[in-house]
Design a protein around this ligand. Structure first.
Ligand code: ATP
Ligand code: MG
Ligand code: FE
Length: 352
């Protein structure tokens, strides 16, 4: 089957076509992403109303390009999938409404995709990972461990009690006047810096839980930057290196604890850790997770960076996985600003 996937939940306007064969293997036929970053730079962050308007302006052309690059016509598509949440509601409405219009006019099924489920299932598209597996989702809006038992079957093992990890990267970049998006900027600076010069706190790390807290760390970075001002290039690089060292240690130690819990609480589940979301593109964090997984005797899967950050292929793939189970949605499917992975609704959809 071939699925068209549409992603508009934040500041990427994206469309892709993904194929899924009888054996459940996926392949990307086309994948077009348009970043809106340049439109938001002047405001220092994503402006929801501007994002929604920009999706309106560009989505049709992005879908057309995805179709052209695939060399397909709409008659070759089996279903239309779009992110229905969570995300900035104006943008979600643009993508979901477009998908409904396409599905209605073409008389094809609609799949209203949970954006977090799309991140969660990407490793099955890229690496053919089998259910069940442990996932670490680290993105702009989320930081959580989730046990992925199957499509629609998610149990959350830990989450952030304040900021998401990607959000912390973005805020650190902003206070250091580094370009958006913040994560890649901080990573770039950190490579030039000394990770040992400035030591930042590792919140919650002493506690026996799988939760995260990044807001105190972000404040510590701000106070240090204020104390050192005016900042030299070396100061900026050292702050980034120190911050990245702190979050890398936090994430790796938590991953070790999560894999330990997997071994003790669910020994029947093979030790596989999938990393998803934009922060999975960070090489320092990826490297530390690789070491942690090796020590725990676990398999680590991190999809290619371009499929960790927001894209249409992950949405198309989640749509394909759901369609294969007969999980389609009505035209009354709502756009949602909030939609936790472990909400009742995901299970109900799965059971339907
Ligand atoms: P969510 O998926 O939670 O709704 P989102 O869709 O905005 O949020 P993603 O697109 O998955 O998030 O990821 C974007 C986030 O990833 C941003 O916060 C960005 O700074 C961060 N990020 C991207 N690349 C890197 C990197 N190399 N290092 C650290 N962070 C990164
Ligand atoms: Mg984005
Ligand atoms: Fe995302």
């Amino acid at each position: 089957m071939r699925i068209l996937g549409i992603e508009t939940s934040c500041d990427e306007t994206a469309a892709a076509i993904v194929a899924r064969d009888e054996a459940g293997r996926g392949s990307i036929v086309s994948n077009v992403v348009r970043s809106q970053i340049a439109e938001h730079v002047a405001y220092g962050g994503v402006v929801p109303e501007l994002a929604a308007r920009s999706h309106v302006t560009h989505l049709d052309a992005i879908i057309r390009r995805a179709m052209e690059e695939a060399g397909l016509g709409f008659e070759d598509i089996d279903a239309i999938a779009a992110t229905a949440g969570p995300g900035l509601i104006g943008g979600v409405l643009v993508g979901l409404t477009t998908a409904k219009a396409l599905a209605a006019s073409l008389d094809k099924p609609l799949i209203a995709v949970n954006h977090l489920e799309a991140h969660a299932l990407t490793a099955r598209l890229t690496d053919g990972v089998a259910f069940p597996y442990l996932m670490l989702l680290v993105s702009g809006g989320h930081s959580q461990f989730v046990l992925v038992r199957g499509v629609g079957q998610y149990a959350r093992w830990g989450t952030t009690i304040d900021d998401a990890l990607g959000e912390a990267f973005d805020k650190v970049a902003k206070l250091l006047d580094l370009p958006m998006p913040g994560g890649p900027s901080v990573e770039r600076e950190a490579l030039k810096g000394d990770p040992k010069r400035l030591r930042f706190p590792r919140p919650l790390l002493g506690e026996d839980r799988l939760d995260f807290s990044f807001s105190g760390l972000k404040t510590a970075v701000r106070l240090k930057a204020e104390a050192l001002a005016p900042l030299s290039d070396a100061d900026v690089a050292d702050i980034c290196a120190g911050f990245q060292a702190a979050v890398t240690e936090i994430v790796a130690r938590r991953a070790t604890a999560a894999l330990q819990r997997l071994g003790s609480d669910a020994p029947e589940i093979p030790p596989v850790l999938v990393v998803a979301g934009g922060v999975a593109a960070n090489r320092a964090i990826g490297g530390a997770l690789r070491d942690a997984a090796d020590r725990a005797g676990a398999r680590l899967v991190i999809p290619p960076a371009a499929l960790c950050t927001d894209n249409g292929a992950m949405v198309a793939w989640a749509g394909a996985e759901r369609l294969a189970l007969g999980l389609v949605d009505g035209f009354d499917a709502p756009a949602r600003a909030r939609w936790p992975l472990d909400s009742e609704d995901m299970g109900a959809r799965n059971a339907a």
